[in-house]
Design a protein around this ligand. Structure first.
Ligand code: SAM
Length: 236
């Protein structure tokens, strides 16, 4: 095994060389806070399994959130094209199945839920949104597609409307959109520089989730919003 595969730090880049980690977050506390908040959002907002308990975390990266799906009763499988990210995910989650594959070719039977967490923007930046074609084939009839994405009024990002239109054009119907956190907030800088005791992070995340939920549709150009959206395949 190579030294890079043995490291206790997740790899910093995916197979295309895009950042997986925030280089400004030297202490790793900001990532820890964001992961904690997203875990809370998943536990709160994700649908529970109906018939088919299998869930795919597509573009799972180093498996940051794959195990959290089990907290909602799902049997998660992580999928990613990046071998180094997957080997880290496997070492840190030995009971979970991780598979090296990528959209549009997923080597599994239809599942009850697919999670795309911070993957659509990567496809957008790689000019690879066509990889979404046929994704509904991998969902069972009552299955759900859950998308967690940063939206912003900027050409390199999705906006709420463009994200919904993208998936409606691929045969999905929006069920719910739930804002979970603002990307730029002074508190995040204090967290990043280690000025906030880590034991306060769960309460700050709780506050942030309720603050984001009250968002009413205006985003200044410098701000972005992390949004969890739930879609159903349109079977008509
Ligand atoms: C920003 S990372 C997000 C990782 C993880 N979901 C998370 O939130 O920590 C985007 C991931 O998408 C993966 N990816 C890129 N192209 C993909 C494709 N066509 N199908 C599936 N995953 C892809 C990358 O390897 C990378 O791990």
């Amino acid at each position: 095994m190579k030294e890079s595969e043995m490291s206790n730090q997740p790899p910093a880049y995916d197979a295309q060389g895009l950042n997986v980690l925030d280089h400004h977050d030297r202490r790793g506390v900001k990532s820890k806070y964001i992961t904690l908040l997203q875990e809370m959002a998943i536990k709160r907002y994700l649908p529970e399994p109906v018939n088919n308990r299998y869930a795919l975390d597509v573009g799972c990266g180093y498996g940051r959130l794959t195990a959290t799906l089990a907290a909602k009763g799902w049997n998660p499988i992580g999928i990613d094209p990046a071998y180094l990210l997957l080997s880290y995910a496997r070492r840190h989650n030995p009971t979970i199945l991780f598979c090296q594959a990528q959209l549009p070719d997923l080597p599994v039977k239809p599942v009850g839920m697919i999670l795309l967490q911070n993957v659509l923007r990567v496809l957008l930046l790689n000019n690879a949104l066509s990889a979404l074609t046929g994704i509904e084939r991998h969902l069972s009839p009552s299955g759900k597609l859950v998308v967690v994405e940063n939206i912003r009024n900027h050409p390199n990002y999705f906006q709420v409307n463009s994200l919904v239109t993208l998936l409606e054009n691929r045969g999905f119907q929006l069920q719910q959109t739930l804002p979970i956190r603002f990307g730029r907030w002074w508190m995040l800088y204090l967290i990043r520089y280690g000025l906030i005791p880590e034991k306060w992070l769960p309460r700050i995340a709780e506050y942030e989730l309720s603050r984001a939920k009250r968002w009413r549709g205006y985003l200044p150009p410098w701000q972005y919003l992390n949004v969890l959206s739930i879609f159903s395949p349109n079977r008509n």
